[in-house]
Design a protein around this ligand. Structure first.
Ligand SMILES: *Cc1c(COP(=O)(O)O)cnc(C)c1O
Length: 373
């Protein structure tokens, strides 16, 4: 029997929340406080308690969070920012918008994270910040990266869009360790709303004040604009949704972890794929379950799964330097990233998947390789 298994099932998730959440949304709509009301303040407070970080400043989306972080740290034209070559486009986009220069550094082939050794080699007198992306919900030796940054007097901005709720080996939440953490509440992320949303985290009081001003037209008081800012605010209605969903985050992460372990048990004897590993430095959030498929079989496997009703996605088909808009930043040293783009395949992993779903997916993966040989 063919099933239909999606990467994520937003309507089904909503149905589970509907009866308790709708009255809260109704109350917000009746209050008329649609922008920057109490709902936003309350959510920021709740998230700062959850993450054990001093300041949470919400904003319009995760891409804006990264831009505001760079603006908060006075990043200007000509400054160099070190980023992983294997990542989502948001990071490189905002660096370019500010006229700064992205320096693409390769990732390690196992955990898909910035290679610290290569970061050190890429640092110049113009390097102002490093943006590690906790891709797919994990990190590697972050202490070492922080030490390198400190030695060279460079800021660290964590892109935690895929890792909210994940921790390092010292039980600190990712996103709260560097100078600034950025996250996204896009519908597919670990903690998500019903539209766009984002936030920044920091333990620095002065920086928090400045970030809050930048996100709201550079004003600390209405119509008194002290610095150049942007209009990037979390809608009150999304804050209501996020406050409702935050208490469910740990349970959802736990479910995804169980699914990841089930995948690993069922697939570990399949010789034709390489399974993801959780690094010893992370309590991973399993934002994605990303396998590697060699010998040009990734795309045929994806098609085969699709034909059997299973969604699987390629995050990402091109490294950042291979994208047309950013090809002038391409570095021939990004070989691991370029190779990964031909091999990675992310399988469905969301809290509503059943054991039968995972067994069905794994059976189809075995079938594909057995039919091939
Ligand atoms: C989703 C994502 C972003 C951007 O978040 P938006 O809210 O969509 O702007 C940035 N970085 C990474 C790694 C992401 O996955």
């Amino acid at each position: 029997m063919t099933r239909a298994i999606k990467m994520i099932d937003l309507p089904a998730e909503y149905l589970q929340l509907q009866s308790q959440l709708l009255p809260k949304i109704d109350a917000l709509l009746l209050s008329g406080n649609y922008i920057q009301g109490n709902a936003v303040k309350e959510f920021e407070k709740e998230l700062s308690i959850y993450l054990n970080v001093k300041h949470v400043i919400s904003c319009g989306n995760g891409t804006d969070a990264l831009q505001i972080a760079l603006m908060g740290l006075n990043i200007k034209a000509g400054d160099e920012i070190i980023i992983p070559a294997f990542s989502y486009v948001a990071v490189i986009e905002v660096i370019c918008l500010l006229g700064a220069k992205p320096v693409l550094v390769d990732v390690d082939p196992t955990y898909f994270q910035l290679d610290n050794h290569l970061v050190e080699q890429a640092i110049t007198s113009k390097t102002k910040a490093i943006i590690p992306v906790h891709l797919f919900g994990q990190c590697t030796n972050f202490d070492e990266l922080l030490k390198i940054a400190k030695q060279h007097n460079i800021y660290v901005i964590e892109d935690t869009a895929q890792a909210l709720g994940a921790k390092n080996h010292k039980n600190q939440f990712l996103g709260t360790i560097g100078d600034i953490g950025c996250t996204s509440f896009f519908p597919t992320k670990n903690l998500s709303c019903f539209g766009d949303g984002g936030a920044l985290f920091t333990n620095d009081d002065e920086l928090a004040k400045k970030i809050r001003m930048i996100a709201n037209h550079g004003q600390s008081k209405k119509y008194h604009h002290e610095i150049v800012g942007v209009n990037s605010r979390l809608d009150s209605i999304q804050a209501v949704v996020l406050s409702h969903k935050l208490p469910l985050l740990n349970t959802n992460l736990q479910k995804k972890k169980e699914i990841a372990h089930l995948y690993i048990n069922l697939l570990e004897k399949e010789p034709n794929i390489e399974l993801p590993k959780a690094s010893e430095y992370t309590e991973a959030s399993w934002h994605q379950f990303t396998i590697k498929v060699k010998d040009g079989l990734r795309n045929p496997l994806k098609t085969f799964l699709q034909e059997n009703g299973i969604d699987a996605m390629v995050y990402y088909p091109k490294s950042l330097g291979q994208q047309t808009a950013y090809q002038h930043f391409y570095s021939s040293k990004n070989l691991v990233s370029d190779q990964l783009c031909t091999e990675v395949l992310s399988l469905p992993i969301h809290p509503l998947l059943t054991e039968a779903d995972i067994i069905y997916i794994c059976k189809n993966i075995h079938n594909f390789f057995n039919a091939e040989s």
